[in-house]
Design a protein around this ligand. Structure first.
Ligand code: NAD
Ligand code: UFG
Length: 342
């Protein structure tokens, strides 16, 4: 069975392609390489023994999207990762974010309709909850006004998908990710932040390896045990596996509703200082960090209610924070080695 993976050379997409191929699916990737590179295909092939099919097109281009999907007549399902994802950048470039994330989605859904492809999995985010009133946050929690244009693209995308499903042409699952971190155990694929990382874990590993001088911890005056914000970090391979489960659920008619939404987290929250402590423990490296002002737009704390995903999907995140930090560190070490060998 053939699955189309948009954004399949990206961070979460590449890990998911590995899991899909491991589960016996044939994969076609669409990516415009705006935030990834072609060598990822070689790495996927090294891990799985098989190259995925690859189409380098921009999903904003309706003609190209229709052409490519029409060419692969036997696609059974689509997993849609392709999007711009930098929260801060989206505040400065809202139109680029709405254009990229929404036009891509609309072109993709239109092409699926034209080709009668009926199964769709979407990358959403826990950012749609904002600062929840109740923790852990469940799928039933009310959605808050988005904190950024990026977050708003996820909210609007979920609405577009629901409206499309309501026309009866397809079934869909939106997966709301908490904070994906870490890398594949092979260290052949992982997160490749371009420029200065925005996210905590790549900033930690780049500081420890000497690319950055010190980590700024954004605020220690939150109402949490050590004053730093709490997030639900999830290993990217655990997250990737959930996509295989979601695709199977759609293809094997195991879904309960035509449009379903699941949280993907571990259910455990860690403060920034706890993440640093875990990193120092598993890497044996002391991290240089300093406390600075809060980062605008950051919420105080969020972690996932995992009951629905665990029960309904029969999926559970397995890796703990130390495993995640060790795999992120091993990936950073492997990147350094490969740079030195070039
Ligand atoms: P990523 O940037 O590594 O991967 C996205 C891929 O999509 C990239 O390879 C990029 O080149 C491609 N792409 C972007 N716009 C495109 C377009 N118009 N046409 C074709 N290809 C395009 O990001 P990621 O971390 O793997 O995120 C994947 C998805 O998960 C995104 O939708 C993101 O919003 C969502 N998500 C990510 C996180 C996170 O923290 N990483 C959290 C929640 C949700
Ligand atoms: N942090 C620091 N210093 C840094 C970077 C981050 O102290 O240099 C702190 C932040 O203040 C926050 C925590 O580390 O408290 C996590 O921050 P990240 O930037 O790693 O992650 P966010 O929770 O802000 O956002 C991420 C993605 C979003 C996604 C969201 C939920 O960037 O795209 O998770 O999935 F929407």
């Amino acid at each position: 069975m053939k699955i189309l993976v948009t954004g399949g050379t990206g961070y979460i997409g590449s890990h998911t392609v590995v899991e899909l191929q491991g589960a016996g699916y044939e994969v076609v990737i669409i990516d415009n390489l705006s935030n990834s590179n072609r060598e990822v295909l070689d790495s996927i092939a090294k891990i799985t023994g098989k190259y995925p099919l690859f189409e380098e097109i921009d999903l904003r281009n309706q003609k190209d999207t229709f052409r490519v999907i029409n060419k692969h007549q036997d696609i059974e399902g689509v997993i849609h990762f392709a999007a711009l994802k930098a929260v801060g950048e989206s505040v400065d470039k809202p139109l680029e974010y709405y254009q990229n994330n929404l036009f891509s989605l609309i072109n993709l859904l239109g092409s699926m309709r034209k080709n009668s492809i009926r199964n769709f999995v979407f990358s959403s985010s826990c950012t749609v909850y904002g600062q929840p009133d109740k923790l852990p946050v469940s799928e039933q929690a009310p959605l808050k006004k988005a904190e950024s244009p990026y977050g708003n693209t996820k909210k609007i995308s979920e609405d577009i998908i629901e409206d499309t499903v309501n026309t009866g042409i397809m079934k869909a699952i939106s997966l709301r990710y908490f904070n994906p971190i870490g890398a594949h155990p092979s260290t052949l694929i992982g997160e490749l932040p371009i420029g200065v990382p925005n996210n905590l874990v790549p900033y930690i590993t780049q500081t420890a390896i000497g690319i950055r001088d010190f980590l700024k911890v954004f605020g220690n005056d939150y109402s949490t045990p050590d004053g730093t914000p709490i997030r639900d970090y999830i290993h990217v391979t655990d997250l990737a596996k959930a996509h295989v489960v979601a695709v199977n659920r759609l293809l094997k008619d195991q879904f309960k509703k035509d449009y379903e939404i699941f949280n993907l987290g571990t259910g455990k929250g860690y403060t920034v200082l706890e993440v640093i402590k875990s990193f120092e423990k598993v890497s044996g490296t002391k991290l240089n960090y300093t406390i600075v002002e809060r980062r605008p737009g950051d919420i105080e704390k969020v972690w996932s209610d995992t009951i629905f995903a665990n029960k309904e999907l029969g999926w559970k995140a397995e890796k703990g924070i130390d495993d995640m930090m060790l795999s992120a560190w091993n990936w950073e070490l492997a990147l350094k080695k490969s740079k030195e060998n070039k």
